[in-house]
Ligand binder design. Sequence first.
Ligand code: CUA
Length: 303
Amino acid sequence: MYGSQSALNPVGLGADLTLDLTVAMTIGFGIVFVGVMGIVWLAWRRDRPAGRWWVWSGGIVLPIAAILVLMTASTAILVASTRADDRALVIDVTGHQFWWDIVYDPGGIALRDANELVLPAGRAVTLRLRSNDVIHSFWVPSISGKMDMIPGRVNTLTIRPDTPGRYRGQCAEFCGLSHPRMAFEVVVLAPDDFDRWLVETQGEARDAAKPELLDGKQVFIDYGCAACHEIRGVAEGGRLGPDLTRVGGRAALGAGMWRMNQGNLAGWIADVGDMKPGAQMPSYNHLSGPELRAVSAYLASLK
Ligand code: CUA
């Protein structure tokens, strides 16, 4: 009803609690507002100074009580939504200008991916949030509250999405020219589907079978793309840019910005600065037409 990036459409524990608190606050302070207006009206009608009792109760006791209730409720929500869970799946998410590096189960299979976060429904997931450069902020409004990603620190956020579906996350801290273009897709799968996805995605990249795809793979290698990008089984170790092992299988290109297809991939490679101002990747506008077609077809085939 409210879209895939909305705190009014909660599908996770943290977002549920935050919406409950928001509704309770709106009702509570609505009642306080009406009450205060009533007292103002009374004072105005009776035309005489208020007694001390009103000053003490309405001016000091009531605000302190209201703030204490609010502080207790919001602290309880913060504790509930950041508490570590021993059985939780651990996922490392590192913010970069302007994309997301993701490693599933870093102590175990350590599956690396980027810009699309796949989560199991109904299971606790502990995110270990870091930054590679400046302060970013991890936020999926439908699933949880936001958490800053600070250079030199590891902030943990435990989330539990409840409903399979597609949601959208967005960096919530100004981090440079393309801060508003630093988004990501969140795919919540049923637990069995998630386990299957994790197994299927671990392997090496799909092999380039057609001649054009083989040419594209060669362009990727010849132009040194692997200095920054990893494709498992083809070129490993490049960690400056997003992992591309299953780039064509992601819903979006450029960290949640563009529909993933060969045309947008070609446009991206030829003129990154136009599609994402401030991105660290240089534009490869010196590729020939056939080279650009081949390398974009190859990348689109990696699923
Ligand atoms: Cu990263 Cu804003």
